[in-house]
Design a protein around this ligand. Sequence first.
Ligand code: HEM
Length: 404
Amino acid sequence: MSTYADADLPQFYPGMTADAAGTRAVFLAARGNAALARGVFGPLVMRHHDVIELLRDKRLRGPGMDLARLSGIPEGSRAWKRQEQILLFMEGDDHHRLRRLVAKAFTPRSVEALRPVTRRTIAGLVDAVAEQGSCDAVAALCDPFPIPVICALVGVEAERLDDMSRWASSILQSLRLDAGEHLAEIEQAQAELDEHITDLIEQRRKAPRDDLLSNLISVEEQGDRLSPSELLSVVAMMLVAGTDTTRNQLSNVIHTFAEHPDQWSQLRARPDLVAGAVEEAIRWEPATEALPRMALEDLQIGGYLVPAGSVVILMSMSANHDEAALPGADRFDIGRQTPDGWHLLTFGGGIHYCLGANLARLELVEALDELSSRFPTLRLDGEAVLNPPGSPIAGYASLPITWR
Ligand code: HEM
């Protein structure tokens, strides 16, 4: 069996396509040709079946702290310590224990309770631009959307929204591959956030409320509780995991509909399709295109040998478009009925499956419902500019739209 590195496989690098349609076309060609392509760090797994299998395979693990090391975050720094306690970078018993405790506090009821603030937030943002007839959707709608929701979730008062937004943007830099170059900014923001959350923890210990922080403080299982440092890390995790993903995903959803005016009209005529429309739009242009994993043993993937120690990238974007798993996958269709056994990969799978998937869906449903009821048409009004190549989350830096 040939090693993937010796095989004649297409090579992908960040920024090789100018737009989402180009990426879909390149992935389609690669998927038809072989199960793997070659990326900057290692093999790219292109097919739905393989991605699903490998997400559940114990011979691979998440990137752990290797990513922090690679991106230049010094061991022992505050940023390093916080990342060590972020679920996505943990494995085994430590991951299992923390995920169980956090999931206990992050219940379907606490997510559902966020519906009113989510709707108020998107309605306020639309109100501010409705008369204009056009806007940059990223600046006006997507960027400001998730922070008030996350603040309400955690239990941070509205007057600290601007600070939370600033801390979120700075701490997000810790996920970049050149994070070391932004260390001073990351550490400063993390220190300020820690100080604020430490104060809030004290307040909630004395007077609990109906918020995630109070729930996290009180959650207990067989005598096990979250430590003060874990509480700080969980809040930072929610802030990081729940802002950039949602704001970029909303930009992708808006872009997709701007390119499919017939589907926009259908949604306006059939608002009951909104939940299915969100599922289809996040399949079409997912904010998370690739899930990095480390191979702990030699693996055989699609007839190629992938040696232990390889960084294996599971291409969720490609898998979402795999015709072998979803008939008619190359069509954007909000009325689609998915076959039994279909698994959308936008929220990952296996032990790291997105803990916030229900909240993200709620946010996107409320946003799309508000937008489709207010904008009779939706079109691009200039050039849609993608995030710079290498950004950890796929979305738009600028998205001029009009509904005139
Ligand atoms: C549309 C928005 C979102 C998308 C596309 C998304 C996507 C993902 C993906 C793909 C993963 C798994 C990554 C991997 O396996 O490598 C993940 C994990 C995670 N997400 Fe989300 N996410 C979104 C929103 C949220 C929100 C709103 C929250 C919480 C407030 C959240 C919290 C988390 C957490 C805590 C994990 C780590 C779970 C673990 O490792 O056990 N996400 N997300």
